[in-house]
Design a protein around this ligand. Structure first.
Ligand code: ATP
Ligand code: MG
Length: 293
């Protein structure tokens, strides 16, 4: 069973109002479940909807960085590796603009592999990403962090930095395996390091509707996570797999493909759940107009 404190978002401690930007960490310690595809395409879809969005690549594989066409590149201050290991890094020195409007990235390269060990001896080792991202929340409406397939210190940093986690689950037989470990980790982080951590949502990925197995897995996941599961299901779609080799998010590479359409739908759900100051203002204006009638 999903622990009650995660089943109901209202049980998370309220987020400070002074944080305009929201940090969403895409995580699952299982490999190849669609974390990077989700981080890149959700972020790009949010950017294409007009929201300043930052992808933070905290995976030594650097797949999000290469999927955004910036493989091996560093910003003036370096990559996420320097951002995590140097003293008082200034966020703006670590940001690269991508070819998608409103979408930037803090890139990762292979040198991040060593960080997992180097971080151990640094002060505030679990909070370094949180500290680094703090000032960037003023500049970006959404900050989407792409995690490596492990529950090590890099992922821990991403959980401590996050307002919420988005968990992609591959629609296959072992989808639920390891979830107990992930939920236990989320609980520990919430108790000790990040009391406002929430589950943003659970996303079914690489679904093949033709198989009964996929449907059964989807039912099991909805049973476990209840309302936390997005209505949107990401289908298996070759465009999603092809786009990274062109250095583009699929939503930009082929916006009309089924995969891209699914990520646009996911972005709409995320925006519905996070109306933000702009939408609140619109709602307010609407109310204002109605009260004047
Ligand atoms: P890792 O754990 O290694 O970081 P990951 O969880 O980030 O992996 P992805 O890299 O997003 O997973 O996806 C794994 C592979 O599956 C990639 O080659 C990707 O292009 C492909 N892929 C992801 N989602 C889909 C999809 N819906 N349809 C088809 N291929 C997909
Ligand atoms: Mg990945």
């Amino acid at each position: 069973m999903l622990p009650p404190e995660f089943a109901d978002s209202s049980q998370a401690a309220p987020r400070p109002k002074s944080f305009p930007g929201k940090v969403i960490t895409v995580t699952n310690q299982k490999g190849g479940v669609g974390k990077t595809t989700t981080a890149v395409n959700l972020a790009a879809a949010l950017a294409m909807a007009g929201h300043q969005t930052l992808v933070v690549d905290i995976d030594p594989q650097g797949n999000a960085t290469s999927g955004l066409g910036l493989k091996g590149q560093s910003a003036t201050g370096g990559t996420i590796y320097q951002a995590l290991t140097s003293d008082a890094p200034d966020g703006k020195d670590f940001i690269l603009q991508t070819s998608t409007e409103n979408l930037s990235v803090v890139p990762a390269t292979r040198d991040l592999t060593g960080a997992e060990i180097e971080l151990i001896s640094l002060t505030d080792r679990e909070r370094r990403l949180r500290t680094f991202l703090g000032p960037l929340r003023a500049r970006f409406r959404f900050i989407v962090v792409d995690c490596p397939p492990s529950l090590g210190l890099l992922t821990l940093n991403a959980l401590v930095a996050a307002d919420s986690v988005l968990i992609p689950l591959h629609c296959e037989y072992f989808a639920l395996e390891g979830l107990a470990d992930l939920v236990a980790t989320l609980r520990r982080v919430r108790v000790s390091l990040n009391p406002t951590l929430d589950i943003e949502g659970v996303l079914l990925t690489m679904s093949d509707e033709r198989t009964n197995l996929g449907q059964q897995v989807a039912r099991d996941v909805r049973e476990f996570f209840k309302k936390k599961v997005y209505r949107t299901v990401i289908p298996r779609n070759v465009r999603l797999a092809e786009a990274p080799s062109h250095g583009l998010p699929a939503v930009a590479y082929d916006a009309r493909s089924r995969g891209a359409e699914a990520y646009f739908a996911l972005a709409r759900e995320v925006l519905e759940q996070n109306p933000g100051p702009h939408a609140e203002m619109q709602g307010h204006t609407q109310q204002h107009r109605e009260s004047k009638r």
